[in-house]
Design a protein around this ligand. Structure first.
Ligand code: GAP
Length: 511
């Protein structure tokens, strides 16, 4: 199943089973706004918890904070968003339809032109006679549009201009000085925020990939710029192999597999930056256990980099039905761009003094789009397979993020099997697992239901369970089953969800 069909299939499951759907459907939805339903919320929370444990857990001086989404205009004057957070746009001379210039070119030429100059885009549109996708009318020259949502805060004389924040990052910068004092003036200091970002995208598209309101998980690491060439734990990753797509490989399209040591030596990236590349790759390959072929770091050229970055590599996952590798996160060396900007506009010094050395800290930002990552999981997980006479749809989510840890089923609804199954449900709930109980329909149908929503494990209670105090544990992906003593179930389930093979946890039953 490819392209549009795959997207349709994901949308169908998402809506039918309760993962996500467009906001305000009963009133006519606006493009680029989605609500997460009950299963979607479970999945998203699991991803966010893993992200937080892994990245905030990297250092004792890293913490999560929670900030406002509406901020005064001065914040965005200081950050540069007011002047520079713009998208290239073209308007149709005939019908007035406005499109993002680089998107309309990409749709026609199947090539990425993000970051190209306005003149270049106008030239390409002319050269290839690209016309309005709605009415086929001619297009005007490429212009720009600021992507922030403006707001009036308060009334009358008190009114102040504000904006919905287009990134969570600014919340960390405006709180830097206060936190630095609270955290006893130590660097590196990390402030993580999982929160909403708002952008008036001209053409929201690809479901959760380009939205107008979305969730970001961002970690801002404040550090001494003189320390960028070192990281105290670099030795732990120096021989770790990264999958990189440097800008020099654009023509050959070759992904290099090179050690962190060599990324420093050959590609000239500083150790502090490369250490965090390694951690990000480990998050995708070791925590989420995605196949390495689907992952790469893509280096952005000077034209493509965000206006605040000195070094900028995107993290991309290969999403075939969206045409190949797509950005899901970024590693940004923002220098002192933001703190210096806030100092200039607010008049408040952002300089710190450590052992007599005065300086404005620099920032390394690990920036993840949560919804994009969630959509990528759907893209990578969806499979349709033939099982004997039947077609089965299965969401092969990484076990560790599957929305529910296990479904619990009494084989039949009599002779005490329901009570036993409820007992097991309570046991697992008490141990912190997210489980659900289902007694309706044949056992085959119940398995199909949990397969379709990507629940990693099925636990069946049968007559033997009453006699021997054990249950069947079924693996969603291989459909193999093992027998597990009820007293061992929490431990075995934990190992299974952490990625251990079913075969290592018990002897597969003959089926
Ligand atoms: N603080 C830096 C920053 O916001 P960005 O590259 O603009 O950088 C970071 O965004 C991440 O947020 C992206 O890698 C992407 O995953 C996600 N993202 C950006 N725009 C988005 C949109 N319109 N809809 C969904 N996710 C988006």
């Amino acid at each position: 199943m490819e392209g549009k069909d795959r997207t349709e299939a994901i949308l169908d499951i998402a809506k039918r089973r309760g993962f996500f759907w467009q906001n305000s459907l009963i009133h006519g939805a606006m493009a680029g706004f989605y609500d997460y339903a009950h299963l979607g919320c479970l999945l998203k929370n699991k991803w966010q918890n893993l992200w937080e444990d892994f990245f905030v857990g990297m250092d004792d001086n890293f913490y999560e904070i929670s900030v406002c989404h509406i901020m005064p205009e001065h914040v965005f004057k200081a950050s540069g968003h007011l002047a520079s957070f713009v998208d290239p746009v073209v308007r149709c001379r005939k019908c007035g339809n406005t499109e993002r210039a680089d998107h309309i070119i990409e749709d026609n030429l199947k090539e990425n032109f993000e970051g190209a100059s306005l003149e270049k885009m106008t030239e390409i549109i002319k050269e290839h006679n690209i016309r309005c996708p709605k009415c086929k009318g001619p297009l005007e020259e490429t212009g720009i549009l600021n992507m922030m949502f403006p707001l009036n805060v308060g009334t009358g004389e008190e009114v102040r201009k504000g904006y919905l924040s287009p990134e969570t990052a600014q919340g960390a910068y405006i709180n830097f000085k206060l936190e630095f004092e609270c955290l006893r003036r130590k660097l590196p200091m990390g402030l993580a925020i999982i929160g909403k970002a708002y952008r008036n995208e001209i053409s929201p598209r690809n479901v959760l990939i380009r939205m107008r309101e979305f969730t970001q998980a961002e970690l801002q690491i404040f550090f001494d710029p003189d320390a960028i060439t070192e990281h105290p734990k670099f030795h732990e990753v120096e021989d770790y192999v990264l999958r990189v797509f440097p800008a020099k490989n654009r023509e050959s399209r070759k992904i290099d597999e090179i050690t962190c040591k060599d990324v420093v030596k050959v590609l000239g990236m500083p150790k502090f930056y490369v250490y965090h590349m390694a951690k990000i790759q480990q998050f995708y390959l070791d925590v989420l256990k995605l196949p390495k072929e689907l992952f790469r770091f893509r280096q952005l050229t000077d034209e493509e980099k965000a206006f605040y970055n000195k070094y900028h590599w995107d993290i991309e996952l290969s999403l075939e039905s969206l045409g190949g590798f797509k950005e899901v996160a970024g590693l940004h060396y923002r220098t002192d761009h933001d703190l210096a900007g806030h100092q200039k506009v607010s008049g408040e010094s952002m300089e710190i003094n450590i052992d007599g050395k005065k300086f404005i800290p620099h920032v390394l930002e690990l920036s993840f789009g949560v919804d994009r990552n969630i959509y990528a999981l759907f893209e990578l997980a969806l499979a349709e397979e033939q099982v004997k006479e039947e077609e089965r749809t299965v969401m092969r989510f990484p076990r560790i993020v599957s929305p529910l840890d296990a479904g619990i089923f009494p084989l039949v609804n009599k002779d005490g099997l329901q009570e036993k199954a409820r007992e097991i449900q309570n046991l697992l709930k008490d141990r912190g697992f997210v489980v659900f109980y289902d007694e309706s329909g044949s056992i085959g149908r119940r398995y199909r239901r949990i397969d379709e929503i990507g629940v990693a494990a099925g636990i069946t209670v049968d007559y033997d369970s009453l006699q021997h105090n054990d249950v069947t544990l079924r693996d969603r992906d291989s459909m193999k089953q093992i027998r597990v003593k009820i007293q061992d179930l929490p431990e075995v389930l934990k190992k299974f969800l952490n990625g251990e093979d079913l075969g290592e946890l018990g002897k597969p039953l003959k089926q």
